[in-house]
Design a protein around this ligand. Sequence first.
Ligand code: SF4
Length: 295
Amino acid sequence: MKSCIGSTWCRYGVQDSTALAIRVEERYRGLRAPHKLKSAVSGCIRECAEAQSKDFGIIATEQGWNLYVCGNGGAQPRHADLLATDVDEATLIRLIDRFLMYYIHTANPLERTARWLERLDGGLEYLAPVVVDDELGIAAQLERDMERLVASYACEWAAVVRDPARRRALRDRAPRGDRRPAFVRARGQKQPAAVGRRHAAAPASGRRPSRAATGCGSRARRRAARRRPHDRARRAPRRRLPLRDSERMVCDARPPARTARTTSSGAASSARTTARPRSPARSTRRPSPSRPARD
Ligand code: SF4
């Protein structure tokens, strides 16, 4: 059930949509139906709760409530159809009882109300007389069925909490004592750690476990992961290519030259280091033609 804030908090509201939403939610909670049911209540025609895209939606008017049925969002959206106009609250609940019970009795398993109405022979022209005018004479039966369902509701969560055996079964999976959930940060947000690292032992001080303790996201691990490809490249044996004849002659004639730097003047620098042997009287020699003399 979705609700807008209604006349209690909104200046446009003409009815108390929040109170009605609570009443409807408490009436139909836990209902077993062929598929999930979505509903909404809007406090005025501006429709902030989007009631016309729900299985049943209610929109407040000056005179009462409008009831829409068989809307849908998702992959196959469908605008809901208006079933009743300006009805009071008691009539509204009665019509919803009949509509839901007729849907539960006649829909296929896993069939949403929108698809059910499209399949129904005659569509809304058939459904409206059955629900509103009781054309088939089954309205009283539908209302009784719904009353029985509403009366049989029991909170399944509360049943687990009150049952010691079922509580014990769940306790094994819950964090306890010195163990508590561990979190990691992803994209600047806190999120539970991966399965298997969920619970890190809390230190005796009671402070939250460090990232190193949870094994997730420690700075050292991230650094190591970044270094790994370079380490592999460093350890790999170097390939030695066979020398060409011209290179072999140079290498035999003199000790290997220092590695030439690859710069914007790389060609000139390379020629200097490979073609000219180093001279001890370097400071006194004349500048080479390829390198202009500095003033
Ligand atoms: S639907 Fe109307 S009453 Fe409800 S929040 Fe929007 S404007 Fe306000």
